[in-house]
Design a protein around this ligand. Structure first.
Ligand code: GLN
Length: 177
């Protein structure tokens, strides 16, 4: 596991009570509609919104980004804590899964690019000024940050480059003083 390799203590969050035990949260890839259903009965989603608004560090990847987005196409409920618009499965069948070079913001240092594994990825079709683009693939923003929320439409855990997770841990440390 990427975060454990970097020395972080990791545990699973399945219920609203589990969330009390963690200082930062990863919302992974998967299937966003199924994840929404799983979050419902426990009211986990409500608590994630509350904690995120209060400044918890969050790393969302792929389906996790869809869950956080303010609007989703085709229409789907979301937590709406990240000021981006996304379109699900927007890259179509041909690039349903692909590995592409992501151009990184200079803050990441060398090398200036990172391999991005895209698996039925959403496309970020719009964003507010509060959302900073940290990585792009062609004209598309694929790694963005808003306050302490870091969101990648690709899967940084599937390659060896740990710079996204390192940044997430730094954001988490900053959040917890
Ligand atoms: N296509 C999925 C969804 O819409 C996301 C895919 C992924 O997380 N790799 O939820």
């Amino acid at each position: 596991m990427a975060l454990r390799d970097l020395g972080a203590e990791v545990r699973a969050v399945r219920t609203a009570v589990d969330l009390d035990d963690v200082r930062a949260l990863v919302i992974p890839g998967g299937e966003s509609s199924a994840m929404l259903r799983l979050m419902k009965p426990e009211n986990l989603s409500h608590k994630i919104v509350e904690r995120t608004r209060a400044g918890m560090a969050v790393l969302a990847t792929c389906a996790g980004v869809i869950l956080l987005a303010q609007t989703v196409v085709p229409t789907q409920p979301s937590l709406a804590v990240l000021a981006i618009d996304v379109e699900r499965n927007a890259y179509g069948r041909q690039v349903c899964s692909t590995i592409a070079e992501v151009d990184l913001s200079p803050d990441f240092g060398d090398p200036p690019r990172m391999e991005g594994v895209f698996i039925r990825a959403p496309r970020i079709t719009g964003r507010e000024a509060s959302v900073e683009v940290l990585g792009s693939w062609g004209n598309d923003a694929v790694l963005v940050r808003q306050d302490r929320v870091l969101a990648a439409t690709f899967h940084p855990e599937l390659t060896g480059d740990r710079r996204v997770h390192e940044l997430f841990l730094r954001i988490g440390e900053e959040a917890n003083g």
